[in-house]
Design a protein around this ligand. Structure first.
Ligand SMILES: [Fe+2]
Ligand SMILES: [Fe+2]
Length: 243
């Protein structure tokens, strides 16, 4: 059994950023000791340098190994360059050798734009990594900020990847096990063919829709079986299952 934690959309620097909730979450994660923590972007609200420094301070407190990708808010005001300076590559791979899991992080942000795109070069990178993982029989996880399939209860859809169709086809054809996104601040799960698509809410901001809470997702993987639980900041824990 492998335990992973997925957090997203910290939004440091925003008026409704809640440090107390983030610190409590970090404490819970460190107690849980997952094999890895996946952070899918919008670390900051405007991509400003001081916001990134603040985000890094918190992220450094998370003890397990991490894979981090930027979100659209991080790519504002040349924040994409600051991201590279403080966190390294905008897209990368984390392999959990003992667990036979490969996590591929993609940068779906575009400077100063709200919508996302993977693009042909990064798609090639993803497909090469997936081919290697499939050849070696690894469990595969894709992490990116923007969602690929529209999320219910999020109003007018305008922010899926502009190349969502091509990426979706590639993920399905490559039998990806799990796709993790953020962006809409609405936790959700879709299952398509053999691939589970999940989104995490905002972990530490009050940029919420309706009467919901900041939250994060805990992922338990047992062989090929995946169980996701939603941990709300009010202490409630519920399964995040596809309809
Ligand atoms: Fe966000
Ligand atoms: Fe976003």
């Amino acid at each position: 059994m492998t335990k992973l934690v997925h957090i997203s959309d910290l939004h440091t620097g925003y008026a409704h950023f809640r440090e107390d909730i983030l610190l409590k979450t970090i404490e819970e994660i460190n107690e849980m000791k997952p094999s890895a923590v996946i952070i899918t972007g919008d670390l900051t609200d405007h991509g400003f340098y001081n916001e990134f420094v603040q985000a890094k301070k918190y992220i450094d407190m998370i003890e397990p190994q991490k894979i981090i990708v930027p979100g659209n808010h991080d790519a504002r005001n040349i924040g994409d360059e600051v991201f590279e300076e403080l966190f390294g590559e905008r897209y990368s791979v984390l392999e959990l050798k003992n667990e036979a899991i490969k996590i591929i992080g993609l940068d779906s942000s575009e400077p100063d734009l709200g919508h996302g795109k993977i693009g042909r070069l990064q798609k090639r990178f993803m497909e090469d990594e997936l081919a290697d993982a499939n050849e070696r029989g690894l469990f595969t996880i894709i992490a990116l900020h923007h969602h690929i399939i529209s999320i219910p209860h999020t109003g007018r859809e305008r922010n899926t990847l502009s190349d969502a169709g091509d990426i979706l086809l590639s993920l399905i054809q490559n039998n990806v096990n799990l796709v993790l996104s953020g962006h809409k601040h609405v936790p959700y799960a879709w299952k398509m063919n053999n691939t589970l698509f999940t989104t995490a809410g905002t972990v530490s901001s009050m940029k919420l829709r309706g009467n919901t809470h900041p939250s994060y997702n805990v992922i338990d993987i047992d062989n090929q079986y995946i169980e996701i639980t939603l941990h709300n900041s009010d202490g409630t824990i519920v399964p995040l299952t596809p309809p």
